[in-house]
Design a protein around this ligand. Structure first.
Ligand SMILES: Nc1ncnc2c1ncn2[C@@H]1O[C@H](COP(=O)(O)OP(=O)(O)OP(=O)(O)O)[C@@H](O)[C@H]1O
Ligand SMILES: [Mg+2]
Length: 359
């Protein structure tokens, strides 16, 4: 039998020793939403020490968080816990994590605080979401390709027949055959885009910045809106195997989308970095090159966020919805991965290309 006092001591000692070891990250904030305590795993999760974050406003360490001050204040006012299984926190340093967060009231030093228990769910969620997206994208692409192929053959016949017919007709009547030919050409053009890139890439060793600079030059020349372009390169990136034409087309497709939604206050950042320990198309890759195109526009409309890479998905009335699907195919041809993360004010498309040794 323990006395009450020694039981309290035992509990306290366990608490003191166990909390720092918990895999679940623990954060304690006061009624001003200021950080009072971070467990070691919370320090690791946020990549910052308690020393640095003590008394900082919890929400200030993120540029974007799906947890709001109102929501946290509600925990104080109602005393009710909440669990959110998909909280996205975007850090000032521009990376984001997805967490499962439980917020509850806890008493510390006689006053009410909020105890946040956070479990990172990105990795497993990201991998299963990627596999799912990949399968959906392939199915949609194959369906569209099959359809485009079926349309292409009779279209050639139709155009040929109109040409033959034109020879038999008077000048006035030829107006109609010309119209048939023009429309057939327009459809052939669309069908060719639907069929996607049909040549294998010509992979050679290049410096990634050659391509970035070429793209920057092209988009700067065609910049009627006066969008600002920022280049943020890591010059130490070694040469990498790529098809410059295809990578250029990919980047242009992505940047054009951004320029279409931006106005004169628009800023597009072209960024290059080395990324370590990535999973690309189900394979572990130790070293990769990460190319990011970041804009400060309105973000991708939520209704199409999960399907933007599918062919024929567009948020624009005059869009064919093929730009990103083609970009995806081209990046696949490089054994790479194309990702997107978007919310109002910040949209980032990133391309991950595995860094392979020189052949
Ligand atoms: N940076 C961005 N900001 C906001 N929305 C975007 C951005 N990039 C893409 N989108 C959305 O994704 C949709 C799909 O883009 P995609 O390039 O595949 O097709 P599109 O631009 O509509 O047509 P196409 O490129 O074939 O002319 C766009 O219509 C737009 O709604
Ligand atoms: Mg486009």
């Amino acid at each position: 039998m323990y006395s009450n006092a020694s039981l309290k001591e035992i509990k306290l000692s366990y608490a003191q020793h166990l909390v720092p070891q918990l895999v679940t990250a623990v954060v304690i904030i006061n009624d001003k939403l200021k950080i009072q305590y971070l467990s070691s795993s919370a320090e690791a999760l946020f990549s910052k020490s308690l020393n640095r974050l003590y008394q900082k406003e919890f929400l200030d360490i993120f540029t974007h968080s799906s947890i709001t001050a109102e929501r946290l204040n509600q925990v104080f006012s109602t005393g009710q816990d909440f669990t959110d299984s998909e909280v996205v926190l975007e850090f000032i340093e521009n990376y984001h994590i997805t967490l499962e967060v439980t917020a509850s009231i806890a008493l510390f030093n006689g006053s009410e605080h909020i105890l946040l228990e956070c479990k990172q769910i990105d990795k497993q969620k990201q991998i299963s979401a990627e596999i799912f997206q990949e399968q959906q994208w392939e199915a949609a692409r194959d369906l569209i390709r099959g359809l485009a192929h079926e349309i292409k053959n009779p279209l050639g016949g139709l155009r040929g027949a109109a040409q033959l017919l034109a020879k038999e007709l008077t000048r006035d009547q030829q107006e109609f055959t010309t119209m048939i030919i023009e429309q057939a050409d327009r459809l052939t053009n669309l069908v060719d885009r639907l069929l996607g890139p049909n040549q294998l890439p010509n992979i050679e060793m290049h410096n990634i910045h050659e391509v970035m600079e070429k793209v920057h030059q092209l988009v700067s020349l065609d910049n009627a809106k006066g969008i600002e372009f920022i280049r943020d390169y890591d010059p130490s990136i070694p040469d990498i195997g790529l098809d410059t034409e295809k990578l250029q087309q990919t980047l242009l497709n992505i940047i054009r989308n951004a320029t279409q939604v931006l106005d004169k206050t628009g800023v597009i950042t072209l960024k290059t970095r080395i990324a370590t320990n990535q999973t690309i198309n189900g394979k572990k890759v130790k070293l990769a090159v990460k190319l990011s195109i970041i804009d400060n526009g309105p973000g991708i409309p939520p209704a199409i966020q999960d399907t933007i890479f599918y062919p024929m998905v567009s948020g624009r009335s005059d869009g064919t919805g093929l730009g990103l699907s083609i970009a995806q195919t081209l990046i696949h041809q490089h054994q790479g991965k194309l990702l997107c993360h978007s919310y109002p004010g910040r949209t980032e498309f990133s391309i991950l290309l595995p860094l392979t040794k020189r052949a």
